[in-house]
Design a protein around this ligand. Sequence first.
Ligand SMILES: [Zn+2]
Ligand SMILES: [Zn+2]
Length: 424
Amino acid sequence: MMREYERFMGLAAELMRAALDSWRAGNRRFAVLHAGMGCEHALKAVLCKVDPTFISDRSDRAFKFHAHGFGDQPGVPPLIQGRTIGLADSFKDASVVMQGRMPVSLQDFNQVIDDRNGVAHSAYHVEDRAGKTLSVAIKVAEATRKHLSVPSSDFWGDYELVFGDLAQVASLAAVGGGAAASNMEEAAETLARTEAAYAVDAVVPVVTSIVSTLPRWGSMRRSKDHQREITESVLRASVCTALSAVSRRAQQAAEALLAEHGLLPLPPEPHVPWPRGLSGRAWLNEVIRVEQPRRTQAANVLTVRLLVSRAVTEAFFGALRPNIPEGFDKTPTERGWYIGVTQPSAEAEIVFDCPGCSTPGMTGELQGQLEFDDCGCADYCSHPERTRTTARFERLHCPACSLTLTDPHEIEAAGFELSMDWDE
Ligand SMILES: [Zn+2]
Ligand SMILES: [Zn+2]
């Protein structure tokens, strides 16, 4: 039977080859994204080989009990809720285990981490950032392959002789792998440019004319401060309405493009039954393996959404900012342009820096429901009435760039956990 580190390494190899397929097809963002995920699995394979508990979040109870055969005891959370360590910690811990054979520093690897999380990087055009990130990821993956003595041909497949030379990979005719994604990036970039141009040419002039007449809407009956407050509120409301109009349009166009290329709708989530006799660990590996193609597709969908979000918000603010009258915050204040409003249905909500817009002060909202269960702690604990509260997130929304994610794999691809301990 395949051991778990071998399974992780198998996934890592699949993703690294998917990254090279994407690079070959000219889809630079997809390449970087797949390579980031591939490195994560490769580093976890290194740790898993030492001990599977090395990849579990230190505080995670589910993982600890399942790993040692207590998964069926009362009070043990289901394994699917188990949390594993993130990419940065995987890198740091694997560097220790590899005893000086990690070829790059954490500082260099940070670029892989950043690009996996903030996939749509505008710097891709000004410098060869995607190529640099991919090269770092390939070096790390290759070092883990050597460390675990996986044959090069098994890991790199058709790329065995060329994986170290991205120019040569790019010169190969694009075939197979990620056929659905082929040319996707170019089409998405064209769409992003069209939508950004629409924002600048059609919408910004309208907001500008409203904004420039605002100071004339005064009233003798209001004090200067009161007047200023009103003007600022109207200014914010006009800007937000206009941005929402352009960004919604852009997101709808992105969805249509994704559907045209067969990336949306995502297939139904696979259900993996837990057969008797299979250990919790083996079952988790099976879940990861079966879910992988869907996760990759969700990550590609997210990449396109982020690419469009960023292009539109950057263009919008770039064109609008010089037209905002003197004295009215030209840059968003620390409060931001938006003040988050909790949806009545959301019990749990956290506010975060939106991965889709690069403008500081923009915040998105991650919303979900609360679940309560017996905490199962031994003896004394701080849980009120021995109840553990967990937030389950189901929707991510940014009112600025209109990025809206409701698929769990897309939310995870954006770098967010689906569940969170709400007691802390
Ligand atoms: Zn407790
Ligand atoms: Zn946003």
